[in-house]
Design a protein around this ligand. Structure first.
Ligand code: MMA
Ligand code: CA
Length: 313
């Protein structure tokens, strides 16, 4: 039985070897005496073609293995990369969302910054305006201060003047006017007298005819006479006797207080001692306040000016 089987098997192997030989004359399969199966019992023999196949198969096997490994490796890598990609996509979405949020925040902040800048600008403008207004107020205040000081000064001077005038005026007769330390009285408008009679009237009031021995007195009295002037009356009838004469020596003018004339305020061409009969001096209301005197006859009827010299307080 066993031998029969081996025979059958040998028969089959022969057919197989023959078939192979028919297909390829270069390939020979040798029976292996120790192994029962053709795959293990035969080997490719007889020549380089068999070796080439084997080598090719080995190489192909290796290549397949490498390829498989590579494919597996690539699959693993791909899987890893896919996972990474998913994670990165998720991260990217998150990042995009964050970026959008940041952009929105940036826009909000920019708007807020613009608003703050605008407010700041307005505040600066308001501050500048206030500064200008404050400077203006300060200047106004300084001006008012200066004016107040000036007014206070003036008030002080006026008060002093009033005090002095009250002191002096109280010592002048009613209707007389004060200059420095003298009271001056003017005769009534419609009354005229000779130089001597006019002087008498002054003496009745404790005075004498006026001594006008300074420019200030001359101007002061002229101011008063211009106020009393009557335009209808002839100028030479509108004069006022003053305390000056040259009755003793022609041309030597003396004041009633005994002093000599040092400076006169004569009209042009005066004193002219007209008709050699003019020894008394009078003053007239004239437009030229420093040229108002004339010598006239002493018995000529004129108005007069009296003076009371006050004692210094
Ligand atoms: C003239 C002139 C004077 C003189 C008067 C007298 C009008 O002026 O001669 O010098 O004193 O007359 O009235
Ligand atoms: Ca004269």
């Amino acid at each position: 039985m066993k031998d029969s089987a081996i025979y059958t098997e040998n028969k089959s192997e022969d057919a197989y070897n023959q078939l192979i030989s028919e297909d390829d004359n270069e390939l020979r399969i040798e029976e292996h005496p120790h192994l029962g199966h053709p795959d293990t019992r035969h080997k490719v023999v007889n020549g380089p073609s068999s070796q080439t196949y084997r080598l090719t198969a080995v190489i192909l096997g290796i290549l397949c293995t490498v390829l498989m490994s590579t494919i597996i490796g690539l699959c693993i890598s791909y899987k890893g990369l896919s996972e990474k990609h998913i994670v990165m996509s998720q991260n990217s979405s998150e990042t995009n969302r964050n970026l959008e949020q940041l952009k929105a925040n940036y826009d909000l902040l920019t708007a807020a910054l613009v608003k703050v800048q605008k407010n700041f600008q307005e505040e600066v403008s308001a501050k500048d305006s206030m500064q200008i207004e404050r400077d203006r107020e300060r200047k106004r205040k300084e001006l008012l201060q200066t004016q107040t000081e000036a007014l206070m000064n003036e008030q002080k001077n006026l008060q002093a003047d009033i005090t002095m005038k009250e002191k002096s005026c109280s010592r002048c007769p009613m209707g007389w006017v004060l200059l420095q330390s003298s009271c001056y009285g003017f005769s009534d408008t419609d009354q005229v007298l000779s130089w001597n009679l006019g002087r008498e009237e002054c003496k009745k009031a404790g005075a004498d005819l006026a001594v006008i021995d300074s420019q200030e007195k001359q101007e002061f009295i002229q101011g008063i006479l211009m106020g009393k002037r009557r335009s209808s009356t002839s100028w030479h009838l509108n004069g006022y006797w003053i305390g000056l004469h040259d009755v003793h020596t022609e041309g030597e003018w003396k004041w009633v207080d005994g002093t000599d004339l040092t400076k006169g305020f004569w009209f042009d061409g005066e004193p002219n001692d007209n008709y050699s009969a003019e020894d008394c001096a009078a003053t007239y209301p004239k437009e030229t306040p420093l040229k108002t005197w004339n010598d006239a006859p002493c018995d000529f009827p004129l108005k007069w000016i009296c003076e009371i010299k006050l004692q210094e307080p």
